[in-house]
Design a protein around this ligand. Structure first.
Ligand SMILES: [Cu+2]
Length: 167
């Protein structure tokens, strides 16, 4: 009789153990795997900024940048339309004035190299991505004949990226 009782307890233990294990497993099964962060490939060169795709869902976005040019570039991510970008009198972007809407940047992308960074593009709308490198003529691709500095933004290194609702 005593033996029978302890057997019953053992069976109960195994059963409950099995049940809790099963419960554990089913919890794991119903948990969705973390969805991969959407990415945008941006090609930069003299004098282009080409995002692919140019539209992405709101949230974290991984930007891969590929410098196919001969000059060093950077990529600044600004929340807003290009027409709203504050410019300095010389035609380059006034990053201090734009600071509140600058989401982040990838800097010092050497010729022929790639870099990536995750940006938090949580707000829906238009974003502008651009290169704001300014240097003396002759230091990069542009061996300008005038004494003006080479301003990549002015040369056309700007493009737009649209962030759409995430549902
Ligand atoms: Cu540039």
């Amino acid at each position: 009789m005593l033996r029978k009782k302890s057997f019953a307890v053992l069976v109960l233990l195994i059963l409950t153990g099995g049940l809790s294990l099963a419960a554990c497993r089913s919890t794991e099964d119903t948990t969705n795997p973390p969805s991969p962060i959407p990415s945008v490939d941006v090609l930069v060169s003299e004098w282009i900024v080409q995002p692919k795709p140019n539209e992405v869902k709101a949230g974290q976005v991984k930007i891969f940048i590929d410098n196919a040019g001969n000059d060093e570039h950077e990529l600044v991510v600004y929340r807003g339309n290009k027409v709203d970008l504050p410019l300095k009198s010389d035609g380059s972007v006034d990053e201090d004035a734009a600071e509140a809407n600058i989401v982040g940047e990838i800097s010092e992308i050497k010729p022929g190299s790639t870099k990536s960074k995750i940006f938090d593009l949580k707000l829906v709308g238009e974003y502008t991505i651009f290169c704001n490198v300014v240097h003396e003529p002759g230091m990069g691709m542009d061996h300008g004949s005038d004494t003006d500095l080479v301003r990549h933004y002015q040369k056309g290194m700007v493009s737009s990226l649209t962030v759409t609702a995430n549902n």
